[in-house]
Design a protein around this ligand. Sequence first.
Ligand code: SF4
Ligand code: FES
Length: 247
Amino acid sequence: MRLNLKIWRQVNRDTRGRLEDYTAADVSPDMSFLEMLDVVNEDLMRQGKDGIAFDSDCREGICGMCSLVVNGVAHGPDRGTTVCQLHMRRFKDGDTITIEPWRAKAFPVVKDLVIDRSAFDRVIAAGGYVSVNCGGAPDGNAILISKDLSEAAMDSAACIGCGACVAACKNASAHLFLSSKISHLALLPQGQLERRRRVVAMVEQADAEGFGSCSNEGECEAVCPKEIPISNIARMTREYVKALLGT
Ligand code: SF4
Ligand code: FES
């Protein structure tokens, strides 16, 4: 396949960026989206030009590093799929593909398609620790957790912190991310001791980082590669209100 690419280029966070045109020739349908970009970069570097900066690590859908808006959709056209797991067979010969970074005040562009996601790290740090009674290795069945609760907690723990929910939200809200992290621990017995303090600290940190509030549009749920449900946001709101009321 031969593809026309419009790719966001930006030298650093203080300069204005722009979309630039590139051509990707000899693209195999079996390539991943990031492998296609690797090939474009090899061509650019052979010509002595600056390669396109983009983030990736695992390329297996588990680290949350790849953060591209493809044709206006965070992580591209496949539902429940990170952009590193998107394959070129999803496109046709001659297609034009626009590739941009996440856009949110709290995620400034570092270079080209790379954004600074450290705001998420500070939100997680604000959540603090979990008190666990250390001692001898506990018996595996010492803390009984119902199957329903453990599965709901695991579904929330599936969040990979990619930030697509923020990128897709018109308010740049981090509520789906926040609610995944808060739900994960609020549902488990190990997370009870700091439950109230944790939700207040994390919500306040997210506000301080400049993430917006939620207006229930559901764009976050639609692009989340781990298909985290928006119902987590309702749980987070309940947790937050109860913490403020001290109930
Ligand atoms: S909730 Fe989904 S979209 Fe948001 S950071 Fe987690 S995995 Fe990414
Ligand atoms: S590179 Fe790790 S999730 Fe995409």
